[in-house]
Design a protein around this ligand. Sequence first.
Ligand SMILES: *Cc1c(COP(=O)(O)O)cnc(C)c1O
Length: 443
Amino acid sequence: MTDQRDPHAIAALLAADRRHAWHPYASALNPPPVYPVASARGVRLQLADGRELLDGMSSWWAAIHGYNHPVLNRAVSAQLGRMSHMMFGGLTNEPAVELCALLAAITPGELERVFLCDSGSVAVEVAIKMALQYWQARGQPGRNRLLTLAGGYHGDTFMAMSVCDPVTGMHHLFRDVLPRQLFAPRPGCGFGQPARAADIAAFEALLAQHRDAIAAVILEPIVQGAGGMHFYSADYLRRVRALCDAHGVLLIADEIATGFGRTGKLFACEHAGIAPDILCLGKALTGGYLSLAATLTSGHVAGIVCSGEAGALMHGPTFMGNPLACAVALASTRLLLSQPWQREIARLEAALRAGLAPAALLPGVREVRVLGAIGVIEMEQEVAMGPITERFLAEGVWIRPFGRLVYTMPPFIMRNDEVARLTHGMIAALEKYLSHPAGEEAR
Ligand SMILES: *Cc1c(COP(=O)(O)O)cnc(C)c1O
């Protein structure tokens, strides 16, 4: 496959990008470098200049089946021939209904009512709105705060930001407008460890002290993603569930990053054998094809929400239930379930463990940890994005670190020899970066 573009066209594209496009968390005054991708297939990205990269990011947890998958392509094309979009107010469509039914069937517990929306952050907003309307309907509108864990990430809209980690999140910038939420310390007990009474004591105390003001606990089960890539004890999560029950507080599980097999279970709550009252899904929902998210709850919670003053859940995005996105979400989820995905994730876990182990010996590495198809190298110091990205590209891998975290969550279809190449490339790049952090040219 030759997708190589003419260098003048690439330069023009980059110039227009610098002038007009605003990238995530990026300056418009001094934009960081970006690399044009011409196409992608399987686990490989083809840059416009002809370079090929092994994809270690799945486009932020999303592209679990890799890129340009024939089954997903067919699902989109077939739906495109029928209709790409149709309003969901007063009308319905088959892909949306089938998706809701499928999600209700495969998610833990009795989550049977599905609210479709456009992005993960909106799914979190909807989850919180459900919790607030639930307590309004029960005549306790004072229960309107959220209890969460430090080190979390729940999205970039305002209510979602209010429950992101207070230090690494954006609380400081927006402190005058963000609602003040309650934060328990990040769980100290790692994945596979028991949670002792002391591990949960601070959470328990906050919950007991503020129970009459708390609408819900919101957390990422087992894996805290963009807030620090921490893996914590299933036992801790079980205790949270029990405490929420004891205090009559709703539990919102944000599985936007962990859902659809990434941690080795279809949903991370299953590690603890618990079900939340409200569940948020996104990212891998469409296999990375289109923006779609979902908020699920039980018939019980939905019933109470709708018995309140408004008589309805007061939300309704324009592109709700988009048939194109729902068709590819259905195809992606069915594709996942039709395969021995548990075996594949276990295979990836073993390959990542073996491949990343040597990183633990590098100076400046604090910890290497792997769970499911997630591999993390935690550094002592923040890494400089520009120079380290150049090192990864030179090794032919696409890795996008943040802060002190160099991590990978490859597409599930990545073969063992490719994982070996990916992890070898990560470590080689890191080694070169560590010996010359500012890059070759600075020597
Ligand atoms: C990415 C993410 C979100 C936000 O999703 P967007 O689609 O980026 O709005 C929320 N929660 C978690 C756990 C996430 O990983």
